[in-house]
Write a protein that binds this ligand. Structure first.
Ligand SMILES: C[S@@+](CC[C@H](N)C(=O)[O-])C[C@H]1O[C@@H](n2cnc3c(N)ncnc32)[C@H](O)[C@@H]1O
Length: 215
């Protein structure tokens, strides 16, 4: 069973890397200017909120998701493809990259002030283990910012199907500061869907969940 799981995970990572290599060929340079809005204004968090904080972005991708966060004490992107992403231009970034799976984070308990997972929780191999690691490594009163697609069918690089109830299910006891359920206007363009900001009423439909929760 473990062998099967490892093979499935390797195939997933291969296709994930192909996706980013193609993106790099298409775009020339993988830009990151769009991220700051989603870490700050979108969640009504001012830049000062991040001053001297230790922040980790899970499944950060190769674009430099935390390049804007120069005011933090430490800003870490965790991704099992981090070493590969360095070869796609991430080596030029000033944020730190850690090559690891979210199911087993190489950090002590109660370490992070802020953890973020943007368009990555449905990509991991095991949601429960990932959420347990988030709970372990987040400080008391630490903040989790989550952006995730809900109800899509499992795909090669997005094997997990999450429900609208995922916050209560995986983070019981956390305080929900803000939670939004939004319509998917354009499939797979998660950030465009957030900018459209159309609330989803019918919870049997696909969509995007965004949340700020406190441990
Ligand atoms: C769609 S990309 C999102 C990148 C970035 N967060 C963004 O929004 O632009 C999903 C990322 O999740 C990563 N990923 C897949 N499995 C993972 C795991 N088990 N632990 C952490 N990251 C994982 C992939 O390598 C990929 O970089």
């Amino acid at each position: 069973m473990k062998v099967l799981h490892r093979i499935r995970s390797s195939i997933k990572m291969f296709f994930e890397l192909c996706y980013w290599r193609l993106k790099k060929i298409k775009e020339g340079q993988l830009t990151n200017y769009h991220y700051k809005y989603f870490y700050t204004s979108y969640f009504s968090l001012p830049d000062e909120f991040y001053k001297d904080k230790i922040i980790m972005d899970i499944g950060c991708g190769p674009r430099g998701s935390l390049e804007w966060a120069t005011m933090t004490q430490r800003r870490i992107g965790l991704d099992p493809l981090a070493n590969q992403y360095l070869k796609l231009g991430a080596d030029k970034h000033s944020m730190e990259y850690v090559n690891a799976f979210s199911e087993n984070m190489p950090f002590p308990d109660n370490y992070f002030d802020v953890i973020t997972s943007f368009n990555s929780l449905d990509h991991v191999d095991n949601v429960e283990l990932t959420c347990n690691e988030i709970k372990r490594t987040l400080k008391e009163n630490g903040i989790l910012l989550l952006i995730v697609e809900i109800h899509h069918k499992p795909q090669l690089t997005e094997p997990q199907t999450l429900g609208w109830d995922c916050i209560g299910r995986y983070f019981p006891g956390f305080y929900v500061v803000e939670e939004k359920h939004l319509k998917e206007v354009q499939k797979h363009f998660i950030y465009r869907n957030l900018r459209s900001n159309i609330p989803l009423i019918d919870k049997t439909q696909d969509g995007v969940l965004t949340a700020m929760i406190r441990k």
